[in-house]
Design a protein around this ligand. Structure first.
Ligand code: NAD
Length: 482
């Protein structure tokens, strides 16, 4: 029986134009039905948010935080702990273990923001002979949260939790390929909040654009591709909206000549390159290796990837699920073909799960590309798939220049037996985060915040900095210096 999710407009479950959500592991299988919202739903949700916003902002912080904590706990506690992870895997494609992590991260994220909110929002009062000055943060106003299909729940909650806790109403526009789990969870969370404080509107880019451009929306928090981020940026200019843009990435990993290639580092490296079948903004997309160690590194990665099994994410032996959609598979195939015809060696490794018909889903074997030039499209474009190009280099100056030779700047990593040396190289990289001897998820520092520089985005998510993105600094003062 396919799952069906309705939109939630100002507290009211609302039908729209129904659309099928297909399983990327078996693309003739309908997993569920979503409902595309219309322009009138956007208006109704934004007007309701605007109307209820002032009251929500006046609600004491402890009550707002408690409501979000209770809501997410109720929303994610199902009788069968694998019910939501299974739904997520069936619509997204990722393996069940990753879906379990995504669901458990949802609660963790909310708890983390809850633990930071009081300290971050505390007013700072200065009283002296000149008078009084108050520094405070006020909510920015109705927020449009627009999210992609790779980690749909987590990427929604890193926006919704801080926005709600800091006193803003939110309208979420989930991705059309993976709307089911996130709409279910957010609608349950919304039931713990006053009607209109959290609405959920499904649909495609047109509804996203309608919402992002609405004059009563004060902030757009968008995660998606850089080209679409530019469109959101342009439309936000009309009414000078506050923005957080988390956009594309093309993360380099740099192995220094003394890097240890043991079981731990190999596992961290491959985990970061092939997480969600490579469909993560901060996944390692290009690996730079000293020429002196090139053959050794290629051999170690080839041997490790040969054990990877590709198949339906619900199968416990599977290490890589399918790509999420046909368009993504075509992008990955085009880049692999381009690398091959450009003279690089393309090694497709691993194997399909026994009995799997790979033509029935968006499957792609884990792939290494060797003897590839730094300027090849497989290196310079964001491929968002299970391919790792390995580029040789001759010295540190050259590799830093190659790593920075991009309009992307999300994150990077430097691997070395000498952490001080690695931090020295890290300081030269133009990215929001640089990891040392790790990359991405396992090393993400919640307290620091994460985000991109250059065309990877504007603003930061997570941590106090991520919480304050949903506020405007305000100062109240009667201090006069004559
Ligand atoms: P996408 O840009 O196609 O879509 C993202 C969301 O925006 C979807 O909900 C979509 O319906 C909506 N949308 C599309 N065009 C819009 C417009 N003009 N106005 C408003 N909304 C619009 O991205 P995707 O294909 O879903 O996701 C993959 C991309 O997301 C990759 O480039 C990846 O790097 C990026 N991403 C970035 C991060 C990060 O934190 N930096 C995290 C995950 C994914």
């Amino acid at each position: 029986m396919p799952a069906e999710v309705l939109n939630l407009v100002a507290g009211v479950p609302t039908e729209g134009e129904p659309f099928d959500v297909m399983n990327p592991a078996a693309y003739d299988e309908v997993v569920g039905i979503g409902h595309a919202a219309g322009v009138k739903d956007v208006d109704a949700a934004v007007n309701a948010a605007s109307a209820v916003g002032a009251e929500w902002a006046r609600t004491p912080l402890e009550e707002r935080v408690a409501a979000v904590l209770k809501g997410i706990s109720l929303a994610t506690s199902t009788g069968d702990p694998d019910e939501l992870p299974t739904l997520l895997t069936r619509e997204q494609g990722k393996r069940l273990q990753e879906s379990r992590i995504e669901i458990s991260h949802a609660t963790e994220i909310v708890k983390q923001f809850a633990s930071l909110a009081e300290g971050a929002l505390a007013e700072e009062v200065l009283r002296d002979e000149l008078g009084t000055r108050v520094r405070r943060h006020r909510p920015v106003g109705p927020v449009a949260a627009i999210t992609p299909w790779n980690w749909p729940l987590v990427l929604s909650l890193v926006k919704i939790a801080p926005a709600l806790m800091t006193g803003n109403p939110v309208i979420l526009k989930p991705p059309p390929n993976t709307p089911l789990t996130v709409t279910r969870v957010m609608s349950a969370l919304a039931r713990e909040l006053p009607p209109g404080v959290l609405s959920v509107l499904n649909g495609g880019a047109n509804i996203g654009a309608e919402l992002a451009g609405h004059p009563l929306i004060r902030k757009v928090a968008f995660t998606g591709s850089t080209p679409n981020g530019r469109k959101v940026y342009a439309s936000a200019a009309t009414t000078v909206k506050n923005l957080t843009l988390e956009l594309g990435g093309n993360d380099p990993a740099i192995l220094l000549d003394d890097a240890e290639l043991d079981e731990r580092s190999l596992s961290l490296l491959l985990g970061a390159a092939f997480i969600t079948t490579g469909q993560v903004c901060w996944a390692i997309k290009r690996l730079y290796v000293p020429r002196s160690r090139y053959a050794e590194v290629v051999s170690a990665l080839t041997s490790a990837l040969s054990d990877f099994v590709v198949g339906n994410g619900l199968d416990p032996m599977v290490r890589l699920g399918p790509l999420n959609n046909r368009n993504q598979l075509q992008i990955v195939r085009r880049l692999a073909d381009g690398a091959r015809s450009g003279g690089a060696n393309v090694h497709m490794l691993g194997s399909y799960a026994p009995g799997l018909d790979p033509e029935r889903g968006y499957y792609h074997l884990p792939t290494l590309v060797t003897d590839v030039d730094h300027t090849a499209a497989i290196v310079s474009e964001e491929q968002f798939g299970p391919i790792l190009p390995i580029v040789p280099y001759d010295n540190e100056e050259q590799v830093v220049a190659m790593a920075n030779d991009t309009e992307y700047g999300l994150s990077a990593s430097v691997w070395s037996a000498d952490p001080d040396r690695a931090f020295g190289v890290a300081r030269q990289l133009e990215t929001g985060t640089v990891f040392v001897n790790a990359h991405g998820g396992p090393a993400l520092d919640f307290t620091t915040g994460a985000g991109g520089v250059k065309q990877s985005g504007i603003g930061r998510e997570l941590g106090v900095v991520g919480l304050l993105q949903y506020t405007e600094a305000q100062s109240l003062t009667n201090r006069v210096r004559l």
